[in-house]
Design a protein around this ligand. Sequence first.
Ligand SMILES: Cc1cc2nc3c(=O)[nH]c(=O)nc-3n(C[C@H](O)[C@H](O)[C@H](O)COP(=O)(O)OP(=O)(O)OC[C@H]3O[C@@H](n4cnc5c(N)ncnc54)[C@H](O)[C@@H]3O)c2cc1C
Length: 446
Amino acid sequence: MPGSFYDPFSLFEGEGRDEGGKEPSPQPSPPGSGAKVLWDVVIVGAGPAGLMTSIHCAEGNLRTLVLDGKEAIGAKLLLSGGGRCNVTHLKVNEKNYHSGASRTVRNVLRAFPSEKTLAFFREYGVEMVLEEGTQYFPREQSSKVVLQALLQASRRFGVVIEKGKKVQKISREADLFCISGKGFECFSKTLVLATGGLSYPGTGSDGSGYVLAKSLGHTIVLTTPALTPLLTEDDDWKSLAGITRPVRLSLLADGKETARSEGALLFTHVGFSGPAVLDISGPWLRCDARQKELCVDFFPERRKADFLAEWIRSIIEHPNRSWRRAVSKYFPERLAEVLLKKSGIAPAVRLDQVPQKDRETFLQSLFRFPIKVTGSQGYEKAEVTAGGVDLREVDAKTLESKRCPGLFLAGEVLDVDGRIGGFNFQWAWASGAVVGRSILQRLRGC
Ligand SMILES: Cc1cc2nc3c(=O)[nH]c(=O)nc-3n(C[C@H](O)[C@H](O)[C@H](O)COP(=O)(O)OP(=O)(O)OC[C@H]3O[C@@H](n4cnc5c(N)ncnc54)[C@H](O)[C@@H]3O)c2cc1C
């Protein structure tokens, strides 16, 4: 059992805890400074989930310490949404996530829906605007204001954030957690792992959270990158780098459609990207069918029968027109040429010179055109990690570990990954808020 503990808030007890959000409270001695501190909660990871947890804990007067391995806090958040941060989505429910326990995801999302996210940020002066009818971004078009709001809220309630403190070991001593790393050690009544996954490792989420969770008795569901660009070795597709089309993508596993996505497809110099591709990358990477194939519907908004009728009219009216010219009515010329080449139709040939059977095969294929994918750009470019700490090992309402009482988990470290469009941040905010409230309930009974 560790010896006697210093109360980190005794320095300013009676002075009030900066409830008005004016000056930040005086900070207690940081870990590693020699004094033995007993925290109510130590949160590992100062990403969106960890910060949201800390704010909810400290708001209820819990002694709250956040440790992050990086010197620069919020690196991933700042990068997000192309530097603009797609904070949440208009309609969020568990169907937008892949996880090992959708009931748990549903509980968490219902406990802290996107309206609460909007209200939280509004309180700190960040108004959101809707884009494409469903995705919320800060009005300032900058992820900085989102990070600033989180840091302002944590200062207001006296959260202590320690940067450059990578947690390497966690052990139980009596009913306390002992959390340590290079040159520091601290003790806490409860512990939160909000360490993220493996995606964009340069931002600090390097998978060490899984090792810590394992050391506390948890199982890690196999991880794969998700929301990551896909690769091809086909030079025809690569030659189209820069072209974007609105499409529907289907993943066929041994001939059966097992996943679908819609949105923009962007051809790149190494393969395919854009929201539709990112969304289907997780299912593609997880799919272990003997034969898997990605197919593009280039006309997601059109009825096939109408399109075919339009072509028959076109062939009757302009029999001398070249296929290149006719197909370029619908696509950029470079794409039209690649589609024709792959279908064995010479671009210069006249419309009426291609036999009806071949013509129909080509036109039908535009609704299910196979593209050969050879891999992905992996965690380096993945927005999120699929897999993680098994959701069945945490309480479906509180996110407290069933394996290690007093341990809670929030954010991407859990086996939950969402679609593109603000869903992953919403999971981070909601799971952080739920964990914060659960810890308050456990320690304060409120
Ligand atoms: C390029 C990019 C763009 C994105 N855009 C969007 C978007 O627009 N909308 C959206 O919804 N989602 C987006 N995402 C996904 C979103 O950023 C993540 O889902 C979210 O950040 C996960 O939050 P988290 O707090 O769980 O983990 P993280 O944000 O990964 O934070 C984890 C923190 O834990 C720290 N840490 C890890 N291990 C340790 C340790 N051992 N000791 C101490 N500290 C540790 C890390 O340094 C890090 O600060 C994007 C992701 C990327 C990479």
